[in-house]
Design a protein around this ligand. Structure first.
Ligand SMILES: Cc1ncc(COP(=O)(O)O)c(C=O)c1O
Length: 396
């Protein structure tokens, strides 16, 4: 379903940074800001009961997205908190005697930083699983690194910069014999692939509302039921959500996340993913036909997020290109959280790109509201930007 959603004069090609809220999600949330408000934890009256019912319904929609049960979903403020809860929660629990943690080299900064904090301050040993030049986990290297002292492996299902999709069942199968837990940051995954059996493979799964056409400020952590008493909470308080994450559930945000999750899991979702991939491919073809000197970073399309195109514009600086494109096209140099910091992308470095190639790379990401004419115009704008930069001598 193509819904009208226009931004004044700006083509939005940054869906992996954040997605606009789907109008159907907004409609589901709307009553809960007004007449259907309520504290879902108020047990003494009908207003609270109705709010609780609405959050339970939202929880079951999120659970259905990944093949989990309703009581295995813990709402958080986003995927950053979910990732922190997964890593710190497991590592700090008194039942844990294992001291090694493995993360992939291309994880989101919030996983890498949480792992580093465990290493620096809590005496864990953290190692990085290498990836190949497409960003796929090196399964042989992973297998070699496993041992009985390993608590957790954290590998993202879909990368936010190059869109690479990992083989989670294969990774899970490697870990199972040693009782090593698998956490996956699946913030980018619902728009990229069918997740109906992800909870069968992973023990902990992080999700984010604003990457799936839901509201910002909400996310979730799936915690396999038998791990509930092995997670040390980060936030203490009234004991909500089984004491794993205290705090009043934000009713409208939970409802929004549930509605967004159900739209990613319905029968239209795979048709939508194919259509977005077609538009993404058409964008790349336009650029290539227009003579852009570019190299695509990351995996082949089979293992790539359907909306993702990450391109290195040889001899250029990505920030110059993005600057020239303002205010007509919104794309980015990669992870939103690291945009603004001058260091090259750790993801592109892990794929073997030089600093120069990394600094010449732009992530374009398309989504539910991208139109055919948007990708054509976006490609033309990029081609114009490249030629105007070339004419003022900013590239060799
Ligand atoms: C893969 C991945 N993990 C985690 C996050 C953080 O998510 P949130 O903004 O919900 O905290 C992001 C957002 O950029 C992401 O892309």
């Amino acid at each position: 379903m193509r819904l009208p959603m226009r931004m004044e004069k700006c083509i939005y090609a940054d869906y992996q940074a954040t997605t606009p809220v789907d109008p159907r999600v907004l409609a589901a949330m709307e009553p809960h800001w007004r007449e259907a408000f309520g504290n879902p934890h108020s047990t003494d009256h009908i207003v609270g009961w109705k709010a609780e019912k609405a959050t339970q319904n939202a929880t079951s929609l999120v659970a259905a997205l990944i093949g989990a049960d309703t009581d295995e979903i813990i709402f958080t403020s986003g995927a950053t908190e979910a990732n922190n809860l997964a890593l710190f929660g497991l590592a700090r629990h008194t039942s844990n005697k294992r001291r090694r943690i493995l993360v992939s080299a291309i994880e989101h900064k919030c996983v890498l930083a949480a792992a580093r904090a465990l290493e620096d301050r809590e005496k864990f040993t953290v190692e990085h699983v290498p990836v190949d030049s497409e960003g796929r986990i090196d399964l042989c290297a992973l297998k070699e690194m496993l041992d009985d002292d390993m608590l957790l492996v954290s590998i993202m299902a879909v990368n936010n910069e190059v869109g690479v999709i990992q083989d989670m069942p294969a990774i899970a199968a490697l870990l199972a014999p040693s009782g090593i837990l698998l956490h996956t940051d699946a913030a980018q995954a619902p728009c990229a692939m069918d997740l109906h059996d992800l909870a069968y493979h992973a023990d902990l799964i992080s999700l984010s509302g604003h990457k799936i056409y839901g509201p910002q400020g909400i996310g979730a952590l799936y915690v396999r039921r038998d791990l509930h008493d092995r997670i040390e909470p980060l936030i203490h308080g009234g004991g909500q959500q089984e004491g794993i994450r205290s705090g009043t559930l934000p009713l409208p945000l939970c409802v929004g996340m549930g509605a967004a999750a159900s739209l990613c899991a319905n029968e239209q979702a795979s048709i939508e993913r194919r259509e977005i991939a077609r538009l993404r491919d058409s964008f790349v073809k336009h650029l290539q036909k227009g003579g852009a000197e570019m190299i695509l970073n990351g995996p082949s399309n089979e293992y790539r997020h359907p909306g993702n195109a990450n391109a290195c514009f040889v001899g250029h600086n990505a920030r110059d290109i993005l600057g020239v494109l303002q205010p007509r096209l919104a794309a980015s140099t990669g992870a939103a959280c690291t945009s603004g910091t001058p260091e090259p992308s750790h993801v592109l470095s892990a794929l073997g790109l030089s600093n120069e190639e990394s600094e010449a790379s732009i992530r374009f990401s398309f989504g539910r509201f991208t139109l055919e004419k948007d990708v054509e115009q976006a490609a033309n704008l990029v081609l114009q930007a490249l030629s105007s930069l070339a004419s003022i001598g900013q590239c060799p």
